[in-house]
Design a protein around this ligand. Structure first.
Ligand code: GDP
Length: 467
């Protein structure tokens, strides 16, 4: 099929030979998460640390020397943008470190390993080549799966229901007041409504709400301004031929057909292993409603990993499935390690329903707290009578060094997740808001990748068994 052809060609182009092409193993690792969850930083640091394996002690194949070399190669998919690894790594580890540009669309990178089993088996198995194809894509795109089974009227009704409980919908509602959905379609009018609706989605996203479908309205990429992204929900009513309402319903269908389905078919259905990155700390700081919204959004995102639950998905997966899924709370370097177990417990609670179902579908799942790039160091300071666990770093805004104690996370995650109990515990301190650290200048010893928290454990879970 097309996939095998792509792989063969990629290998031939590099090695100039066909031998071995079919025996090479390929792992497709999906990296997703909502915008700003930490996908770009994760992939950059993962690849850097896999190429220089000095800091990957918990990845068995790195620690015992099975991985002989790891090197970048042209990816198998010629039309997917390449993940801009070199630029992102320069940003993070250059002389004036800064955070790289975030993920805005799908991209891909192939890292290849030459692997020889350590110890007695070494001579028996010889050297193998394993390709790791990393596929980076916005979590927002997974939310669109829910649209496939909804028609335009249902989606409109759902979207209006959500508006009832969310801020920032006034301007869009006002724009609707002056619109006549049954009138003949005029493109400027369509554009006006779509723009007001997009602004509403962006504003709620800023506020910390996660589920803001259609996903491409927030991250349009090259589709910006095209008809598939120029529609908005409308209240029920007449929709005569040629009317605005009729055209919006048609564009909604086109969005599902031309945007959503191809992504699932061509990219999502080919993934073997998946990491879902979650900025749980960000939501906790934003408050109870944002946490509840995140929980619901994750549940919805994760339905994508239960092909049985959706006839479109079972058709495109055709019996194949994602074998392992890691749920990772990112940016754990904002907390002293004494609080990492609490963060992991919150992460587990956030995805517990969905995890049970994915386990049931046969995928192995795990939750973890990680920092792909450690921007802080830990310390203890005395504060009056108490000693506090703090993290120290360079503030992004002022460039000043500072130490922070961001307040304690509750030991029992239900205090964050059960609405009746919310408010019983303090949320993360105000301090968390100003705790935006800059990446630190890193003194790398030869053979060491950038510093991280549990990136090696994450790699062991995701790909360790295949190396
Ligand atoms: P994406 O939208 O999922 O690609 O998110 P990015 O990888 O661009 O990360 C968004 C922002 O989160 C970055 O600009 C950083 O400010 C922050 N961030 C991501 N990973 C880490 C981490 O490991 N530690 C810290 N302190 N901040 C991080």
């Amino acid at each position: 099929g097309a996939i095998a052809d792509g792989v063969t060609r990629g290998v031939e182009a590099v090695s100039g030979t066909v031998t071995g092409a079919f025996s090479d193993e390929v792992i497709r690792l999906g990296v997703t998460g909502l915008s700003r969850a930490g996908k770009t930083v994760f992939i950059t640091s993962l690849v850097a640390n896999l190429m220089n394996r000095g800091r990957m002690g918990q990845l068995r194949a790195a620690a015992n020397g099975s991985i002989r070399t790891a090197y970048l190669q042209p990816q198998p998919d010629d039309t997917v943008p390449r993940f801009d690894y070199e630029t992102h790594l320069d940003a993070l580890t250059g002389p004036a470190p800064h955070w790289p540009e975030s993920t805005r669309a799908i991209s891909e990178l192939r890292l290849s390993f030459r692997v020889q089993q350590a110890g007695l088996l070494a001579g028996l198995r010889g050297v193998r080549t394993v390709h790791l194809d990393i596929v980076d894509y916005p979590g927002e795109w997974l939310l669109d799966l829910a649209l496939i089974e909804k028609d335009y009227a249902e989606w409109s009704a759902d979207t209006f229901a959500r508006m009832e409980v969310r801020p920032h919908s006034e301007a869009f509602r006002a724009a609707l007041e002056t619109a006549d959905p049954a009138a003949k379609l005029e493109e400027p009018e369509a554009k006006r409504l779509a723009a007001a609706f997009t602004e509403y989605l962006k504003a709620t996203r800023e506020e910390g709400y996660s589920d803001c479908t259609p996903g491409r309205f927030l991250l349009p990429g090259e589709m910006e301004g095209s008809p598939v992204l120029t529609f908005a929900p409308l209240p029920p009513g007449e929709s005569p031929r040629g009317s605005l309402a009729r055209e919006f319903a048609r564009r909604y269908d086109a969005y599902k057909r031309e945007v959503v389905k191809p992504f699932f078919r061509e990219h999502f259905a080919r993934i073997d292993r998946q990491i879902v990155l979650v900025d749980a700390l960000g939501a906790i700081h934003a408050g109870p409603r944002a946490v509840e919204d995140l929980r619901r959004t994750l549940a919805e995102i994760l339905t994508a990993f239960r092909p049985g639950a959706n006839s479109f998905l079972s058709r495109i997966f055709g019996g194949k499935r994602v074998e392992r899924i890691l749920f990772a709370a990112t940016k754990a370097d904002h907390l002293h390690h004494a609080q990492h177990p609490q963060l992991t417990a919150i992460m587990e609670a956030l995805v517990s329903d969905a995890r049970r179902r994915a386990d049931f579908a046969g995928a192995r799942t795990q939750a973890m707290s990680i920092a792909a790039l450690r921007a802080t160091t830990e310390d203890r300071v005395s504060h009056g009578e108490e000693t506090l666990d703090v993290v120290r770093g360079v503030l992004l805004d002022s460039g000043k060094r500072a130490a922070f104690h961001p307040g304690a996370l509750p030991a029992d995650p239900s205090h964050l997740l059960v609405p009746a109990r919310q408010g019983a515990e303090a949320w993360l301190d105000e301090d968390y808001a100003i705790m935006r650290f800059a990446p630190q200048p890193i003194a790398l010893k030869p053979g060491e990748g950038p510093p991280h928290i549990r990136l090696d454990r994450a790699a062991e879970f995701l790909i360790g068994d295949r190396l």
